[in-house]
Design a protein around this ligand. Sequence first.
Ligand SMILES: Cc1ncc(COP(=O)(O)O)c(C=O)c1O
Length: 317
Amino acid sequence: MKAGFNPDQILFTGTGKTQSELKLAAEVGVHAIVVEDLRELQVLAGLPWRTAVALRVNLGLETKTHPYLTTSAVGTKFGLDLDGVTAALEQVRRAPRLSLIGLHTHLGSQLSQPTAYLSAVENLAKLAGELATLGFPLRFLDVGGGFALGFPFARLAEGLRGKVPVGLEIYVEPGRYVVAEAGCLITRVLSVKEVHGQRFAIVDAGMNDFLRPALYGAHHPLLAFPCREGEAMECTVASPVCESSDVFGTYLLPPPEAGDILVFMNTGAYGFSMASTYNSRPRPAEVLVWHDRPFLMRERETLEDLVRGEVVPDCLN
Ligand SMILES: Cc1ncc(COP(=O)(O)O)c(C=O)c1O
């Protein structure tokens, strides 16, 4: 809403919503609250507003991505399975102010092929048909986000032709696809060394600045400055943080030298927003490049910022 969207343009989705979040979403009248468990329905049923809800369905579908990035598969915490959907329908039926208008699923992240989306639509459409016969006519099916950069949307649209029941809209929720290319992470090489025959470039950025590589092995294109002459060799780019998982990946590079600049591309999503001050490392500055000119957008944090807000309780004084 702060970014200028009307409540009726907003779907409120998330695994584990607090009572006050649910109340706010119902009060402002979002387009739909995407319910993930029966407690959320119970809370909403007790509120004084008419509220449109959708059910997030865990389809038990495997997707071709990192296990940490799959979100509609058996073993994942998201949404309701079919028994959960049946129980949710009973609750909606008993709640006069709730109307069920959609089904939702979010398959995962970094999906590069339409296959899983087509299976999801097929599954959700079948379920929507069953719900209609039970007296719950729906308005939309939402297949979530997760589209990798370069995703073939035209092939997805082609695959969907004829598969979407009349009267149902298809929603998508692209996240990373929209903003990833808007950002990059600039870091400096502190030192280059070999350990047991493996070449490492230690840089001044770490998992606290950019978590994706350490968290789920994300591999981002890398540019090196200056462009050095010489044969490209494997070099593992690693951070100063004391975690063995904190490496940015192994790249083929002409051997870098201390002082060189490395640029990780496509960090505009899950980049700064996942940054932390772990290891007592202040978060970096953010700079907008506008028509080749740099503008500071967020100041670099200082050590002073790390302790701002800390309180020493009286009992320790
Ligand atoms: C429900 C839901 N929809 C969409 C997205 C966006 O995913 P992505 O950025 O991979 O497109 C997320 C990401 O967590 C999500 O949880």
